[in-house]
Design a protein around this ligand. Structure first.
Ligand SMILES: Cc1ncc(COP(=O)(O)O)c(C=O)c1O
Length: 464
């Protein structure tokens, strides 16, 4: 890898023309089309290497978001490109329906069974985190049907959770704006999130964690345990603002799920593949689950692929009881995507990246973030491994947020970009999840650019 723009670009782009074509024809995800049109388009990203990407004007950015929480092994990995190319020459596509498999699907399944906690020995493939969560919803209901308890249909989730954007996935998620655009499917309910900084008030954080977990039990008792099939949660809520639950939360959630015979789904789409300093987020919190949702870091985003890890309890029921599971996607277990995922796991292992996050870069990010705490605009910094957040607040003492959520965050995000670092603003929380290959020196650069952006934001809003 190298980070010289000149070495990699080799092509000249006509930015104006590209933006014109894009604006005329491309409807982007999660975008206000009127405001994008008003601005005349955004940025054209042309190439990337390591932890950096470049735009069509030749500007370099440190990618503090690993694309969209996914490029764990960083950009420019020729090994991943070769793995895809070689597989496509050999067998570019064949489906995994009709009792058929191919070498990359079989090998990846074995690798995932070895890598995930001991009770996970079976995998179902899809193409995105959303599809994987749709699959889990179908599996939960299929399981309880096979077990003779078809009325255990309800799935409990949390407000401000993100589980994707298909109709089932957005229903599982707890994003009100998404629910309000077309409604949600039945038999999914939402309870409080474990967001101590924003909602914990004077309660001790660990006590607050227990209270948040007990909201799940209250919901189970209200509906009747005979109606509740599963609980779904991200170990750390990413898109919700990097909400790291108090230590007390997850063990209590697990205890409650076991007590009421409710399946536990860990959505590891962001936390999986090393982000928190363990291979999977649930290992950082010391719990077990019945399903894991895997995507993003599974292939480091080089090709679309997701996977549902199905725990032994559910898999055994499917296999012992039989009956067709009427579900699947044309590209479930796509050969090239499986080959890339296999090579990606090999790289993570060979370079000891998960270990490095746990022992070196994760602690370094925590220390670097801490230096921002003296800033009048910064209410809290928090991180686990290489996922982190900076809460921008109106009043540090009272933890009061700004009256118009998202305005200050957006200003800060734009200043970050001007300073050459990409972070995302969730309301007024600056969130980051850089590639796992980031070095301590690059972390220091990232935080130095963030400080400049926060200073400029404070100036813009008249705080300094
Ligand atoms: C926790 C979580 N689950 C599911 C998804 C949806 O994944 P996808 O966008 O691949 O459908 C995301 C996406 O950010 C996510 O963060």
């Amino acid at each position: 890898m190298n980070d010289s723009h000149e070495a990699r670009s080799g092509r000249n782009y006509n930015t104006e023309e590209l933006l014109r074509e894009d604006l005329a024809h491309h409807l982007h995800p999660f975008t206000d089309y009127k405001s994008l049109a008003g601005e005349g388009g955004g940025r054209v990203v042309t190439h990337a290497d390591g932890v950096y990407f470049w735009d069509s004007e030749g500007r370099r950015y440190l990618d503090g978001m690993a694309g969209l929480w996914c490029v764990n092994v960083g950009y420019g990995r020729r090994e991943l490109v070769s793995a895809a190319a070689e597989q496509m020459m050999e067998l570019p596509f064949y489906n995994t329906f009709f009792k058929t498999t191919h070498p990359p699907a079989a090998e990846l399944s074995k690798a995932l069974a070895d890598l995930t906690p001991a009770n996970f020995n079976h995998v179902f493939y899809a193409n995105s985190g959303s599809e994987a969560n749709d699959t889990i919803l179908r599996m939960v209901r299929h399981y309880w049907h096979l077990e003779g308890k078809p009325e255990k249909r309800v799935i409990i989730s949390r407000h401000n959770a993100y589980h994707g954007s298909t109709t089932a996935a957005l229903s599982l998620g707890g994003m009100e704006a998404m629910h309000n655009q077309g409604g949600i499917i039945p038999d999914i309910v939402h309870v409080a999130q474990p967001y101590w900084y924003g909602e914990g008030g004077d309660t001790d954080p660990e006590e607050f964690g227990l209270q948040a977990a007990r909201a799940i039990e209250e919901k189970i008792l209200e509906l009747g345990a005979d109606k509740v099939g599963a609980f779904i949660g991200e170990p750390i809520q990413g898109a919700g603002g990097v909400i790291i639950p108090p230590k007390s939360y997850w063990p209590e959630v697990q205890r409650i799920c076991r007590k009421h015979d409710v399946l536990l789904i860990c959505d590891e789409v962001i936390c999986g593949f090393g982000r928190t300093g363990t291979w999977f987020g649930l290992e950082s919190f010391g719990i077990e689950a019945d399903f894991l949702t895997l995507a993003k870091g599974l292939s480091s985003g080089y090709l679309p692929i997701s996977a549902v890890m199905v725990g032994d309890r559910v898999a055994k029921s499917f296999i012992d009881k039989g009956g067709e599971f009427f579900h699947g996607f044309t590209y479930s277990g796509h050969p090239a995507a499986c080959a890339v995922a296999l090579k990606n796991i090999e790289i993570l292992r060979r370079e000891g990246l998960v270990e490095r996050v746990r022992t070196e870069t994760g602690p370094h990010l925590a220390k670097a973030l801490k230096t921002l705490e003296d800033h009048p605009l910064v209410g809290e910094v928090r991180s686990m491994g290489l996922i982190g957040a900076i809460e921008l607040v109106k009043d540090k003492a009272t933890r009061a947020h700004f009256d118009e959520p998202g305005k200050v965050g957006t200003i800060c995000r734009d200043h970050c970009i001007e300073n050459g670092v990409v972070m995302r603003a969730v309301r007024d929380i600056m969130v980051m999840s850089p590639p796992l290959i980031i070095t301590p020196a690059q972390i220091d650069d990232m935080i130095a650019m963030a400080r400049k952006a926060i200073d400029a934001t404070a100036k813009d809003i008249g705080m300094t």
